[in-house]
Design a protein around this ligand. Structure first.
Ligand code: NAP
Length: 300
């Protein structure tokens, strides 16, 4: 059996089409234009390309979008002041500070300086708490993207056994919190395994999973004999395992041994082209939600 490929770019394009219509409706009916500022400190090439892609998508969706470039010498105090300016700006609904920040700045202090209602990355402790309680406006982009891929590419996780490999604050833990929600697109039975789980136990848990979500950061870690036949496998991992001699570009591998696992699973995300393309789209979705929140169209 060869699994169906869940293609992130296609699902992301589907969601962006829905968002575009929602933005047009917000403008026409409520005179609201979602506003997103992306703050870039310094000129790290990776960060520059991430914020450029975010701004391009925001522009395509008809957002009010602002790119704010700051010198790498900016002080923590000045950055917090800048955040305060955007916290108070009624045209800006979403604030994104591109990480990593220079070493002299405490990233947590900066991220916690964002008004939680504009925190479209959903990293602020208030938003983490809101998600645990189940009363939230937005979810962290990567696990929220995984949820969309499961729902649209496999089916409703309600009542299914979900196993999450990894417990990081940005992927594993919020993934667990999302899948256990008593809400549409969730309501699953969830197990989380990590380095504290003995390997043979971990394999046992993985083998039970109807939906296996892997975010360990270990290339080709999950093997075919850990996977239940017919399972849905979501591979979050992005690992550079070499460099192409032809193109000079990095060769990427996920956390799943794709070639063998795809023969056992019924649906699987490729790397690249699976979870990766979803992240920016979910940021846009969060910005639309933040605009609706600011206008009182939704409540938390
Ligand atoms: P992380 O912060 O390094 O966390 C990895 C987690 O996996 C930790 O909880 C760790 O356990 C666990 N783990 C590590 N080795 C393990 C093993 N051998 N067995 C079981 N559990 C193990 O990584 P992350 O930020 O969550 O990212 C995970 C992967 O996803 C990385 O490859 C990253 O590049 C990728 N990623 C992709 C996207 C995307 O948009 N596609 C976004 C974010 C991350 P402990 O807690 O015990 O250390």
């Amino acid at each position: 059996m060869s699994a169906k490929l869940i293609k992130g770019a296609e699902v992301a394009a589907e969601i962006r089409d829905e968002l575009k219509k929602e933005v047009e409706e917000l403008k026409a009916k409520h005179n609201i234009t979602p506003g997103l500022v992306t703050i870039l400190v310094g000129e790290d090439p990776g960060s520059v390309s991430y914020v450029t892609a975010k701004q391009k998508t925001a522009h395509e969706l008809g957002f009010h979008s602002v790119q704010d470039n700051q010198s790498p010498e900016i002080t923590e105090e000045a950055l917090l002041k800048l955040l305060d300016k955007y916290n108070k700006d009624p045209k800006i609904h979403g604030i994104l500070v591109q990480l990593p920040l220079p070493k002299h700045i405490d990233s947590n202090k900066v991220l916690y300086g964002i008004n939680p209602d504009k925190d479209v990355d959903a990293f602020h402790p208030v938003n983490v708490g809101r998600i645990l309680i189940g009363n939230y406006a937005f979810l962290p982009c990567t696990p929220a993207g995984c949820q969309e891929l499961i729902v649209r590419g496999y089916g409703d996780p309600k009542g299914k056994e979900v196993v999450v490999v990894g417990r990081s604050n940005i992927v594993g833990k919020p993934m667990v919190a999302i899948m256990i929600q008593k809400k549409a697109g969730a309501n699953a039975t969830v197990t989380c395994v990590h380095t504290g789980t003995p390997k043979e136990k971990m394999i046992e848990h993985c083998k039970r999973a109807d939906i296996l979500i892997v975010a360990a950061g270990v290339p080709k870690y999950v093997q075919a004999d850990w996977v239940k036949p017919g399972a849905c496998v979501i591979d979050v991992g992005v690992n550079r395992i070499g460099k192409s001699e032809k193109t000079g570009k990095a060769i990427l591998a996920g956390d799943v041994d794709f070639e063998t696992v795809k023969e056992v699973a019924s649906a699987i995300t490729p790397v690249p082209g699976g979870v990766g393309p979803m992240t920016i789209t979910m940021l846009m979705k969060n910005t639309v939600m933040a605009a609706k929140l600011a206008a009182g169209l939704i409540k938390i």
